[in-house]
Ligand binder design. Structure first.
Ligand SMILES: O=C(CO)[C@H](O)[C@H](O)COP(=O)(O)O
Length: 219
C-alpha cells in the first residue's frame, strides 16, 4: 500500500465522526486535502467549515463548501487534520505545511481533534521531523540563538511566509523527551507565535492508515 492509499483510508474514516449540520474544522496538507475531497461528497449534510489555511479554504470553496471565519461560529465540535509525527500519547509535530498557528487555534477551539495520517508518521519519540516554529520576522536571530541554547539546530525555511505574514524556523536535533514542557518553553520566547508541538492539546483520536486498514488510537 502506498502512503497515498493509506491517507485515503483515514480521510474516508474521518467522515464517520461527522454529524448532520455541523461546522467542521478542517486542517492543511495532503491528508487534509483528501479529507476535503471526501467532505465534498457529503457537503449537503454539513453546515460549513472553518479552514486552518488559505490553501484549504481555497480547496473547500472550489468544491462549493461554505467556509466561515472562526469568529462567525465560535467553538467547533470537531477538527480534522494531518500530522508530521505522532506518538501513542497522541502528541504531535505539525507545521510541515507552515499552517501550524491557525491549526493550533482551530484545534483549540474544537471539542474533538481527529488526527489522520499514514502509519509511517507514528514514532516512539518526536523530533526526527524538524520542529516548525512560526516567528515574527524581526525576532529571527534572537529566536535562533535561544533555540541553540535549547540544544536545537535552527534552519530558516527559505522563501516561506505564513498566512499570518511571519517566517518559519525549522529546528533540527532537538531532544523532545518532554513535549508538553518543551512546547511551553518555546512558546514563552518573545517573538515566537507558536511552535509545532501539539502536546498540551494533542489529538483526541489518531487514525492511522496502513496495510491492516485503519488503526484507531485514543488515550
Ligand atoms: O501540519 C501540517 C501543515 O502545517 C500538516 O498536517 C502536516 O504537515 C502533514 O501533512 P501531510 O498530510 O501532507 O503529510
Amino acid at each position: 500500500m502506498t502512503p497515498e492509499q493509506a491517507k485515503q483510508l483515514v480521510a474516508e474514516a474521518a467522515i464517520e465522526y461527522l454529524e448532520w449540520d455541523w461546522v467542521i474544522g478542517v486542517g492543511t496538507g495532503s491528508t487534509a486535502n483528501l479529507f476535503i475531497d471526501e467532505l465534498a461528497k457529503m457537503k449537503a449534510n454539513i453546515d460549513g467549515t472553518v479552514a486552518s489555511s488559505e490553501a484549504s479554504a481555497e480547496r473547500l470553496r472550489a468544491h462549493g463548501i461554505k467556509v466561515y471565519e472562526l469568529d462567525q461560529v465560535g467553538d467547533l465540535p470537531i477538527y480534522v487534520d494531518g500530522a508530521d509525527e505522532a506518538t501513542k500519547h497522541l502528541h504531535l509535530i505539525k507545521g510541515g505545511g507552515a499552517a501550524l498557528t491557525r491549526e493550533k487555534i482551530v484545534a483549540a477551539a474544537s471539542a474533538k481533534f481527529v488526527c489522520i495520517a499514514d502509519d509511517s508518521k507514528l514514532v516512539d519519540t518526536l523530533g526526527a521531523f524538524p520542529l516548525p516554529i512560526e516567528v515574527i520576522p524581526m525576532a529571527k536571530s534572537y529566536i535562533a540563538r535561544q533555540l541553540v541554547k535549547l540544544g536545537g539546530n535552527p534552519v530558516l525555511r527559505e522563501g516561506v511566509t505564513t498566512d499570518n505574514g511571519n517566517i518559519i524556523i525549522d529546528v533540527h536535533d532537538l531532544n523532545i523527551a518532554n513535549p508538553v514542557e518543551l512546547e511551553r518553553q518555546i512558546n514563552q520566547l518573545a517573538g515566537v507565535v507558536t511552535n509545532g508541538l501539539f502536546a498540551q492539546r494533542g489529538a483526541d483520536v489518531l487514525l492511522l492508515g496502513g496495510e491492516n486498514g485503519v488503526t484507531k488510537m485514543t488515550l
